[in-house]
Structure formats: C-alpha cells, structure tokens
Design a protein around this ligand. Sequence first.
Ligand SMILES: C[S@@+](CC[C@H](N)C(=O)[O-])C[C@H]1O[C@@H](n2cnc3c(N)ncnc32)[C@H](O)[C@@H]1O
Ligand SMILES: O=C(O)C(=O)C[C@]1(C(=O)O)C=C[C@H](O)C=C1
Length: 242
Amino acid sequence: MTERKDTIFAEPQDIKKFEFDQKVVEVFPDMIKRSVPGYTTIIQGIAEIAQRFVQPNSTIYDLGCSLGAASLAIRQTVDRSDCRIIAVDNSPAMIERCQMIQSSYNFAMPIEVMEADINELEMSSASMVILNFTLQFLPRGHRQQLVNRIYDALLPGGCLVLSEKITLQHKDLDEHIIDLHHDFKKQNGYSDMEIAQKRAALENVLLPDTREKHYQRFANAGFNQFDSWFQHYNFASFIAVK
Ligand SMILES: C[S@@+](CC[C@H](N)C(=O)[O-])C[C@H]1O[C@@H](n2cnc3c(N)ncnc32)[C@H](O)[C@@H]1O
Ligand SMILES: O=C(O)C(=O)C[C@]1(C(=O)O)C=C[C@H](O)C=C1
C-alpha cells in the first residue's frame, strides 16, 4: 500500500481533541514516522527483544496496536507457530485497517486482531507485552492497574516493553528537549502551524509521565528488573522483566 502524507493539521482549523479516527488511519504510518524520533528503530528493537524473550507456547500482546507495526515486525522475525499474537485497539478504524494489513501476510506466527479496551482485556500466559506509545493516552488513574494486570499475566522471565513520550523532571531542560522534538518535526517537513495545531489537539489527550513515575509503576506492580533501552529526545522505551 502506498503511504499517504499527513496533512491533517496543515490548514488553520478549530482545534478538536486528537482522535485515532479514519482520517488519522489513512496517514498513520507517515505521521508516526515523521513525529516520533526513533520510531523505526524502536519497532526493530521490539522484534529483536521478542527473539530473546518469546517463550514456547506463549502469547504476545500488542496493546494499542494501531496498524500493528510491532506485531508485524515480530511475526517477520520470530518464526514460531506455537505462539500467537493478540493485537488490540479500541479504534474501529485502526482495527479494520490493521486486520487488512495483517491478513495480507502469511507468517508462521498466528495473529488475532481485536477491537477492545485494553483496560478490560483478559490476559494470561504472556511472554511479552507491548505498549508502544499507548499508555500515554490512558487516564492517569487507570495506568497502574493496567501495569499490575500485565505483570500478573506475564510468565516468569516474560517482559513488558513500554514506549512513551516522557516529561523530564527539570523544567528548563524539558523545554529544551521539547524544542528539539519540534525541530525534528520541522526537519521532517511539518510547518510551525502544523506543529502548534497538533500540540493543541494532543493537550489533555496525550498525558506524558516522567521516567521516574514509570519506574515507580513498574516497581509497584512487582517488577524488580527494569531500565530504558532507547531514548531520542523526549521519546523513550523501557523494558521490565518479571
Ligand atoms: C500512538 S498509537 C500506538 C502506535 C502503535 N502501537 C505502533 O507501534 O505503531 C496509540 C493507539 O492506542 C490506542 N488506544 C488508546 N487507548 C486505548 C484503549 N483504552 N484500549 C485500546 N487501545 C487504545 C489508540 O486507538 C491508538 O491506535
Ligand atoms: O506528534 C507528536 O507530538 C506526538 O506526540 C506523536 C504521537 C505519539 O507520541 O503517540 C502522538 C500522536 C500520534 O499521532 C502519533 C504520535
């Protein structure tokens, strides 16, 4: 499929809350690559982590899968038919497109693509759980409970990979890093207006936490091994092992 260019915020508009609707689905691969520093590296890294952590006869959960980029990279890399991926998103438009994409490939590892709220998903026998830029969209009050349920669903030795936009603890440094992220978007062809309008649309929708807050949540859930394995500006990916 050819990738369509993201021009959603290119014209002046009344700013509505950002949603993962059909318009976003159409441009999502372009949008996420031009917006998230390191996105392609993170997807590759997730597949490499999977090679190491996926256990026989286990389940891999891709929570907030969007078009299933992480799932696809794992299926391409881990050649196992005794495991399965469950890819979940609560956006009907994302799920419909994700199903279409995933079913056009024939890999050993089966995948189930599900429309559901990850706050209500039953999980078990997991060797790997992926939250790739999803937790940041959940109300803060729901986040600990989800991380706890992931910990409970993981097999011993299983891992959670959590990628997030983060806030830095020191306010001045945080502002510099946010500016560097905006420079990154400009270099990728977004105008100042596109950047400002998207920022306004994400206000109170994408709520970033600090690294320290994520570490506290991992510890509260019971994880005693966790660290970051990737960071580019204010975009980081963490791994927590049960
Ligand atoms: C930035 S995208 C994730 C990108 C994707 N994981 C990837 O690697 O390309 C965030 C996704 O989380 C989904 N999402 C947000 N809240 C959710 C919830 N409560 N349950 C399921 N999916 C959710 C959104 O619909 C959206 O598709
Ligand atoms: O565009 C931004 O500033 C973002 O924060 C990127 C981000 C994310 O981190 O999830 C936000 C929404 C989606 O469009 C994809 C990426």
